[in-house]
Design a protein around this ligand. Sequence first.
Ligand code: HEM
Length: 235
Amino acid sequence: MFRSYVLLKSLHVLLVAVWLGMDFGTFYTYRRLRDSSLSIETRKQMYRVFAFLDMGPRTALVLMLTLGVGLSYLGRWGFTGSSGRIFAIVTAIVGVLWVAALWHQHWVHSAPSGFPRAAGHVKTQQIFRLFDIWLRLGLAGGLAVAAVISLVGESGVIAVDWLAWKLVLFAGIVLSGVGIRLFLPKIASALGEIFTNGSTPQSELALTAASRKTIGFVFAIWAFIILIVWVTVAK
Ligand code: HEM
């Protein structure tokens, strides 16, 4: 019990480094790929690096939750009892499948141009994209409700206030991620236009306009992460 708790907690803390480190890399490469003075080939390469680095925060968000629920159960901070144990096991299984689906999505999207992946893989990802959004919304809502009930009521699934606040903040991260996803189709279409037909003032403007709408969500995620670390360490 003690060993698995230390292992899970160490992985949980290491994931904070993976998340923030790769997120800053994502932010920087995204800024560079928007630079219209660079050649299209350089911008395409920059996009490939950006798309790979972006898998860091995407993976970390899911694993952070999976490990966090496991830690909460093992440390008796929340989700206690036999239903908590089942919840921790289900979260672990869903987490692993979710991460596999996210990497499958990356593999489908990073197909060389002119050589798309087989239709079955593309179709699977069209279905997963919808499922992914709803899972995130359900998760954020469920966590926030569970946390608020525990904070205001006598009983709740979360035993300690710091963890309840952490879940409210985590729901903020999930919602900010959904906010970014709302503008991804516009960004993808502007980039697709630039990569296929070359840079024009209109396509650069469309890219800048869509990018500006996401920046607030990116900063919000960083602020939530800093607050979460603060709340957890100061408990
Ligand atoms: C961005 C999201 C998160 C970040 C940055 C984060 C950060 C951290 C850090 C830095 C610690 C170590 C604190 C210490 O040793 O003093 C920790 C521990 C922990 N976290 Fe998280 N966490 C996140 C999400 C979650 C979630 C979603 C849960 C629950 C579902 C959770 C549950 C826990 C638990 C139970 C511990 C162990 C506390 C202890 O042993 O003292 N975390 N987290």
